[in-house]
Design a protein around this ligand. Structure first.
Ligand SMILES: Cc1ncc(C[n+]2csc(CCOP(=O)(O)OP(=O)(O)O)c2C)c(N)n1
Ligand SMILES: [Mg+2]
Length: 297
């Protein structure tokens, strides 16, 4: 088990990057690099993390990075894995670090192909729930009721796409959800993923003060409230078996929505509809806890 004491003191996310203050994705990127260490190659499609690395020729990321086209991270990482296999290098983690747009929308076919080919990749989707880098446009991962620059002013009318379950249905060895509010849980899930062969998928909630319209000091708090309200349940699907990581006493979704400007225009009826959806999903997940959902591949 990873503990704060066991976490490496080596910093591989260096000062000088250009992320916004309070960026949830950077907390998680720092945790990820400390957990997996130097022997890691990152594949990053167009997203916030591709533009905040620093100005060329400088970089704030202390491991090799392949910056790649928006749709291509699954395919590009497959290529890196194949090349390392030809070179007989078995000691290197190939990690995709992609946004929700680059994963749930434009990158889904390349990711699906890599999963089906069983390429040895740790794929992390850091989900800030919109296309943040280009100015807060909606994605398939934007939740119901959230405002973006391309939703109706009152907020998104569709529910969030369930990427972790879509990936679990590929029959891959490991799927997990994580949150920037629970860094050690994320680290433990990364350690588990790094020991398995095939494509491992971790979907990480990364609160974004700029796009979610909240005070930047609340990033960790919102990363936790998402879990405590069951807006973002933490779970694993290991070799097809579903398991909840945490089963917190449910707090009203309102507590997660209220500090965020993006939910400001939701009516009480819409909040109630969202609460009902979250309650229904929690009951389904609790019924599934411990059950085999997919046959062992
Ligand atoms: C084919 C293509 N279309 C559009 C873009 C412009 N673009 C770059 S990043 C991005 C949004 C990325 O959103 P997401 O994957 O959620 O990452 P985030 O910026 O939120 O970190 C867009 C639309 C592009 N680079 N390539
Ligand atoms: Mg995004």
């Amino acid at each position: 088990m990873m503990t704060v004491k066991k976490l490496s003191r080596e910093e591989l996310l260096l000062p000088g990057h250009a992320a916004c203050p309070g960026c949830g994705a950077m907390i998680a990127l720092r945790t990820m690099l400390k957990t997996l260490g130097r022997r890691t190659i990152l594949v990053i499609p167009a997203c916030c993390t591709s533009v905040i690395q620093a100005l060329v020729p400088k970089t704030s990321i202390g491991v090799p990075v392949l910056n790649i086209a928006f749709a291509a991270s699954g395919a590009a990482a497959s290529g890196v894995v194949e090349a390392l296999e030809k070179l007989r290098r078995k000691d290197i983690n190939v990690v995709v670090w992609a946004g929700d747009g680059g994963t749930a929308d434009i990158g889904i076919q390349a990711l699906s192909g890599a999963a089906e080919r069983k390429n040895n990749i740790i794929y992390i989707c850091y989900d800030n729930e919109a296309y943040m880098n280009t100015g807060i446009q909606r994605s398939g991962a934007t939740p119901y009721g959230a405002w973006t620059t391309t939703t109706p002013i009152k907020g998104k009318t569709e529910f969030k796409k369930d990427m972790p379950m879509i990936m679990a249905a590929h029959g891959i060895p490991y799927v997990a959800t994580a949150s920037a509010g629970f860094p050690l849980d994320f680290a433990n899930k990364l350690l588990k993923a790094s020991k398995l062969k095939g494509l491992k998928y971790i979907h990480l909630l990364a609160p974004c003060p700029t796009g979610w319209r909240y005070d930047s000091k609340l990033t960790v708090r919102l990363g936790r409230l998402a879990v405590w309200t069951w807006m973002w349940p933490l779970f694993e699907v290991e070799h097809g078996v579903f398991k909840l990581t945490l089963k917190p006493k449910p707090r009203p979704v309102k507590e997660f929505l209220e500090p965020q400007g993006r939910f400001r225009r939701m009516t009480p009826e819409e909040i109630e509809l969202l609460q009902k959806w979250v309650d229904q999903r929690r009951e389904l997940l609790l019924k599934m806890d411990g059950a085999r959902l997919f046959p062992q591949a």
